[in-house]
Ligand binder design. Structure first.
Ligand code: DLL
Length: 432
């Protein structure tokens, strides 16, 4: 089912025209209403009138997560605060998060792109969508919710966690579509098997999985174990939340709603724009957002773009599955963690040698972090006499920095490999 045929199946020329008009409009609004953008434009010496063709987007400045953090909380808003009717933040737990502000029109855009996404998974008025993305400041819960309401499906706003209840509701209500992270979906499947829940008592037909990296192998596993079509949804708080892109049943790339979000791929080192089909960093510009227009946001996510008409009939440009990031950001149980945050915590502890390694694993399909640090006599004091106490102290420091419990392992002094080049700080043993 195609939700909005007119906009999802536009001809290349029509779309380019629409994108250009919208780009000119959003650039003008950002320049006129957001001091940050005015300053950046002036530094480079460009004016909104300089945008005459779509390629002129390359003249515009990039926006980074740091820029958004510096504008915390509301410095990027392009409308009076009274017109903002909802806010969300990125899922990191410390430092200042990035804030995303929505006007009424923005919520309508979000509902529209999410309705398209849900329709790609075959959702309609008869479906029961069990929404196991977290409700709250995280965009997953509300994003799916708005889309489900727009198409008139029945949304079950169960939010994340409470696995037994998820499985019970799934059977009692006859859930047809589940929305959650792929790792949680695998956990649900595992618990269902362990509990001896019969496949026939589950009516699921599709799963809409995203918010973290996953692979084709994982897709096969989820499809087999849950007897569903497992589809990939992509999005980020800074741009709108989930619904920036979504896979159709072709299962070969995600359609970006490129009448609302203009994509480019750049070389992360030279910052040059790369041609279609080349892998690089995804850069997104919001074409229609009112509350918080974002120009050329560097997502740090690695993918490639592919134009052309899809077998499903849509002409929305496609992006490949995300295969990595240009920075070292980790998503642990949906929460954004940078290794530098752990480093910061370790450096606050007197006597600790700053050699460490972070090992991320996924036992029982839930992410766990182990932090290996070197034992040292200097760690011990009147209060900290035993290894267990030292371990607990370090774990507490890390917890206060990242908001997650980790398992600290004290290893022999000098046993963490020293490196001559870039230190290998993270060993990610999860299967993506
Ligand atoms: O994760 C929004 C979302 C919610 C997307 C529900 C899909 C479903 P943030 O917490 O701001 O927003 O994290 C955004 O997550 O830059 C990617 O690195 C990663 N990410 C999101 N979806 C995918 C995906 C939400 N399908 C960051 N594949 C992004 C790989 C993904 N990575």
């Amino acid at each position: 089912m195609i939700w909005n045929e007119e906009l999802e199946c536009m001809s290349e020329d029509e779309k380019k025209q629409l994108q250009l008009t919208r780009l000119q409009d959003v650039v003008k609004k950002a320049y006129e209403n957001v001091p940050y953008y005015r300053k950046r434009f002036e530094e480079i010496g460009i004016k909104p009138e300089d945008i005459k063709t779509l390629n002129d987007v390359e003249m515009l400045p990039f926006t980074t997560k740091t820029d958004l953090r510096e504008a915390y909380p509301f410095g990027m808003f392009a409308v009076p605060e009274d017109d903002i009717i909802e806010v969300h933040t990125s899922s990191g737990t410390t430092g200042k998060p990035t804030v995303s502000g929505y006007t009424q029109t923005d919520l309508e855009i979000w509902s529209e792109v999410m309705a398209r996404a849900l329709a790609m998974a075959g959702a309609g008025r008869k479906d029961f969508i069990q929404n196991a993305y977290g409700y709250g400041l995280f965009t997953g819960g509300m994003g799916v919710h708005y889309g489900a309401q727009k198409i008139g499906a029945t949304v079950v706003p169960i939010s994340a966690g409470n696995t037994m209840r998820q499985l019970e509701i799934m059977q009692d209500f006859g859930t047809t579509i589940i929305t959650c992270t792929p790792s949680y979906a695998l956990y649900l499947a595992e618990v269902a098997e362990k509990e001896g829940i019969r496949k026939e008592s589950i009516k699921l037909k599709a799963g809409i999985f995203g918010a973290e990296m996953w692979t084709e192998e994982m897709r096969k596993e989820l499809e087999k174990r849950l007897n569903i079509d497992a589809l990939n949804i992509y999005g980020l708080t800074e741009i709108i939340g989930p619904g920036v892109a979504m896979e159709c049943n072709d299962k070969n790339g995600l359609h970006i709603s490129d009448d609302h979000f203009y994509p480019e791929i750049i070389d992360a080192n030279t910052l040059e724009t790369l041609p279609e089909g080349k892998k690089g960093e995804l850069v997104l510009t919001t074409l229609t957002r009112e509350g918080m227009p974002i120009i050329r946001f560097r997502t740090k996510d690695i993918t490639a773009l592919r134009k052309g008409k899809c077998s499903c009939g849509r002409t929305l440009i496609k992006m490949d599955r995300i295969t990595g990031r240009t920075d070292d950001m980790l998503k642990i149980r949906g929460v954004i963690v940078f290794p530098s945050q752990i480093e910061k915590a370790l450096l606050r502890i007197e006597g600790l040698e700053p050699h460490y390694q972070i090992v991320v694993t996924r036992p029982h399909h839930l992410d766990e972090i182990e932090v290996l640090v070197e034992n040292s006599e200097k760690l011990f004091s009147d209060e900290v006499k035993h290894v267990e106490e030292a371990k607990k102290m370090i774990e507490d420091y890390i917890h206060s920095e990242i908001g997650l419990r980790v398992n600290v392992i004290l290893v022999e002094p000098q046993s963490i490999p020293r490196s001559e080049g870039k230190a290998v700080r993270v060993i990610d043993k999860r299967e993506f």
